[in-house]
Design a protein around this ligand. Structure first.
Ligand code: CA
Length: 431
């Protein structure tokens, strides 16, 4: 079991100065994993520190790592991080500890700095890739407020008994920065059903979890073991074609309305980095179900993540005028009815085999307040009330050229805040 340790020490500062800037997404205490291509074009594993990437292939070649940390770096040397995830969280934790020591400005021995300096690649000069091969993508429905707003005030019967989900499409998960093509499909227009470009294109602000070690087919795991199967987290934009979705979803759920694209942020913020930001799960109403296999004291007291989440829209007109993106959503991940430990445990509870690199998404992260509505379907009250952006432009749904930008950060008064980086995607015409 990994607990708080010296890598979370808020006093630690790095000799990589950009990591010490107040509000930096990637300070010493974060050290998220990703896959990047540098000048040589070869995709390999890296760890973000400030505005730099530590190239794990070069770092291992430099002989600065030992034991499990070296094994973890070797597992992160290829074009996907699945081998690292498969090793288990203890290996990634050893690498995190070694990197934290090597990057520590207070480290007495400075002899490694020149060598480690040659392993640094500026993030702006690298191309970030999908961090893992995603074999399966599952999208959950964990926000009561989102569910009520989209279902006209009625919770589905199972909502409080289990984290409702559907099997999403893994092949169309794309990394931040990839343009998203407006899908074609069938939807209602008045009384008629037509085929054409989706008129009601939406985003959904979600948080993702990557499965680390998996479980064998037919062998579920307990809620207490769920953390051991969770490697880390990312931002997810579950793009949604509402016209297609709302017409096709009875009775089997979403299909083409979701499967055209899902965007994720490129860095995996490890579950270990997020330990200081664990908080109590949402308190359930008296009389709500407490399914035994999805209930524990630890989960109730520390199962949730305190993440501040934001969504922005950058329109072509804003871009042309040099304006900042318009904020449209500010929400908290604390308002989810289910925790990721419950989602993983439920997912495997029938014996389904989760695999390293599988992606589980939380569902739209809306809260009760108007500002926390985390998709346009909620913000525009199912398309009936256009939203005014900061520059006066109106949006009911996304238009071609609009870019959606998601951000997340975690704060605690006793720890250094950490961020997720961004998840971005521009809508392009499908015509
Ligand atoms: Ca969703």
């Amino acid at each position: 079991m990994i607990g708080l340790n010296r890598t979370h020490d808020p006093q630690r500062r790095s000799w990589v100065e950009s990591a010490n800037v107040a509000g930096a997404d990637f300070p010493m205490q974060n050290l998220p994993f990703g896959i990047f291509r540098g000048a040589d074009g070869v995709a390999r594993g890296g760890v973000a520190i400030g505005d730099q990437i530590v190239d794990l292939v070069r770092l291992r070649a430099a002989g600065l790592l030992k034991g499990k940390a070296a094994e973890a770096a070797r597992a992160a040397a290829g074009p996907v991080l699945n081998p690292l995830l498969q090793l288990g969280n203890a290996h990634a934790s050893s690498l995190r500890a070694a990197l934290s020591d090597l990057l520590d400005a207070a480290h007495e021995d400075r002899s490694h700095r020149a060598e480690l300096g040659t392993c640094l690649v500026p993030i702006r000069l690298a191309t970030l890739q999908l961090p893992v091969h995603i074999g399966a993508f599952t999208d959950f429905l964990c926000s009561i407020d989102h569910t009520l707003r989209l279902r006209r005030g009625v919770l589905p019967p199972a909502f409080k008994h289990l984290p409702i989900a559907y099997n999403g499409r893994a092949t169309s998960v794309v990394v931040s920065g990839t343009a998203v093509t407006r899908p074609q499909g069938q939807f209602r227009q008045g009384e008629a059903v037509t085929f054409g470009a989706e008129p009601s294109l939406d985003f959904e602000l979600e948080v993702g979890a990557f499965v680390g070690t998996g479980n064998e087919l037919g062998r579920p795991f307990t809620l207490a073991d769920a953390d051991g199967h969770t490697f880390g987290h990312c931002l997810v934009n579950d793009w949604s074609a509402r016209g297609i979705q709302f017409f096709e979803s009875e009775p089997l759920g979403p299909f083409l309305g979701k499967s055209f694209a899902t965007s994720i942020s490129p860095w995996i913020v490890t579950a270990e980095a997020l330990l200081p930001f664990r908080v109590a799960a949402l308190v359930r109403d008296v009389g709500d179900p407490q399914p035994a296999h999805l209930t524990s004291e630890v989960n109730s007291e520390l199962g949730a993540l305190d993440l501040a989440l934001e969504a922005f829209v950058l329109t072509p007109r804003m871009r042309a005028s040099g304006l900042e993106p318009a904020p449209v959503t500010q929400t908290s991940f604390r308002s989810m009815y289910w925790t990721f430990a419950q989602m993983l445990t439920h997912h495997a509870s029938n014996g389904c085999n989760l695999q390293p690199g599988d992606l589980l998404a939380s569902g739209t992260t809306s809260g009760a307040s108007a500002a926390s509505r985390a998709c346009l379907a909620e913000l525009s009250q199912l398309g009936t009330l256009p939203l005014e952006l900061t520059n006066g432009e109106m949006r009911t749904w996304l238009e071609d050229g609009d870019e959606v930008i998601l951000r997340a950060h975690a704060e605690h008064p006793d720890y250094v805040p950490i961020g997720f980086g961004e998840c971005r995607g521009v809508v392009r015409s499908g015509a």
